[in-house]
Design a protein around this ligand. Structure first.
Ligand code: CXF
Ligand code: ZN
Length: 371
């Protein structure tokens, strides 16, 4: 069949809306009609060449939700008509980590920027017959996609698709960083540097953990206002040493128990590290451009202050286990999802959506499709 897709062909150029040929699902795959797909900054890093992927053309988009239309003969527990969220790391189910339920660490993770399906072959071709890759083995910027069952989580039919798409990336990434990676405790103090899609969810994750002081830092004033609505108790519009000083002023000179670096780690890690209390955690949730190959922390300072610097992808928890749990929190009114969606777009307006993200206008833009 044919499907309309936003295809990444050239670094620095807008993604092109094209018809691509989509092959039927293989034995372990499913055909999904995409209903909503979020505009996460990661895809934008790829478009701008800041993060390289292994091939072009490629259909980007990895924060997707939709409806199953067809399943391969060996698919288990997924049926046509099911509502699903797609995960940007597959769960192969057989590797060292998957066997322990640590699907966010799946051995197949490093292959998600390569382009092929989980089985190594391609399901998409362009009008010239060239293979078209699928970013994160999803290729969600399209009306339809074919993905392995390892990338599929079935959800309840009560969740609106635009909200369901958000639990595919930004929400678990942020909420999980607070709950699962740093394990924020009631009464703890927290700093969140960069209050975009990830950072805002760290703010609400810290609130869910019962943090008493949640300091939001961003250089876009509107994001500080939004952060207060998500649970921040303080807002700081500063960077560098000025940011560190402002946080120390708010924490009796000690620093916060947990700092989250949700944007631009080369510039923000050291100020966040120095704004963290002795023995505290510094959690990095943000991507760096390929050109950044190291970040400097004075080793003696690391040693004597006994802080932990940690990475967090997918909130350091299995998306398969986390997604249903997050949707339950939403149903109970404890997790904000509707408030994250600043604006919706049609697929052919996707480049405008990314321009809005770049201009700091959006917390989350979501591309929605007609049912
Ligand atoms: C990213 C994490 C790094 C690889 C590509 C996907 N996640 C979401 O934004
Ligand atoms: Zn993402």
């Amino acid at each position: 069949m044919d499907t309309l897709a936003a295809v990444f062909r050239q670094v620095g150029a807008p993604v092109a809306i094209e018809r691509v040929t989509l092959d039927p699902p293989g034995p372990t795959e499913v055909l999904v009609r995409i209903a909503a797909v979020g505009l996460c900054r990661t895809d934008y890093h790829v478009m701008r060449g800041e993060r390289r992927v292994a091939m072009q053309p490629m259909v980007l988009g990895h924060e997707a939700a939709g409806v199953v239309e067809q399943t391969g003969a060996a698919v288990n527990g997924i049926a046509p008509g099911d509502h699903v969220v797609l995960t940007f790391i597959p769960a192969c189910g057989t590797c060292h980590w998957c066997k322990q339920g640590l699907h966010h660490l799946c051995a197949e993770g490093p292959r998600i920027t390569q382009g092929p399906q989980l089985d190594g072959s391609y399901r998409r071709r362009d009008h010239q017959g060239a293979d078209v890759g699928a970013f994160c083995m999803i290729g969600g910027f399209a009306e339809r996609t074919v993905v392995d069952q390892a990338s599929v989580v079935v959800i309840g039919k009560d969740i609106p698709f635009d909200l369901a798409s958000l639990v595919a990336c930004g929400v678990p990434a942020g909420v999980g960083a607070a709950r699962r990676r740093a394990r924020v405790q009631p009464g703890d103090s927290v700093l969140v540097v960069g209050c975009g899609g990830d950072g805002m969810n760290v703010v609400q994750g810290a609130r869910l953990c019962g943090a008493s002081r949640i300091i939001a830092a961003d250089i876009v004033p509107a994001k500080l206002d939004w952060a207060r609505a998500f649970g921040a108790t303080h807002g700081i519009n500063a960077r560098g040493e000025e940011l560190t000083r402002a946080v120390l002023d708010l924490t009796e000179g000690r620093g916060v128990d947990h700092a989250f670096v949700c944007i631009d780690p080369p510039a923000t890690l050291l100020p966040a590290f120095r704004a963290t209390a002795k023995g505290g955690n510094v959690v990095v949730t943000a991507l760096t451009p390929d050109t950044v190959t190291e970040i400097r922390i004075p080793p003696l300072e690391l040693f004597v202050t006994q802080k932990a610097i940690m990475g967090s992808v997918y909130g350091f928890a299995s998306p398969r286990l986390q997604i249903p749990e997050l949707l339950d929190l939403y149903r109970k009114g404890e997790l904000k999802l509707r408030e994250l969606v600043t604006r919706t777009y049609r697929l052919d307006d996707i480049n405008r959506g990314y321009a809005d993200l770049d201009a700091g206008k959006n917390l989350r833009g979501v591309v929605v499709f007609d049912p």
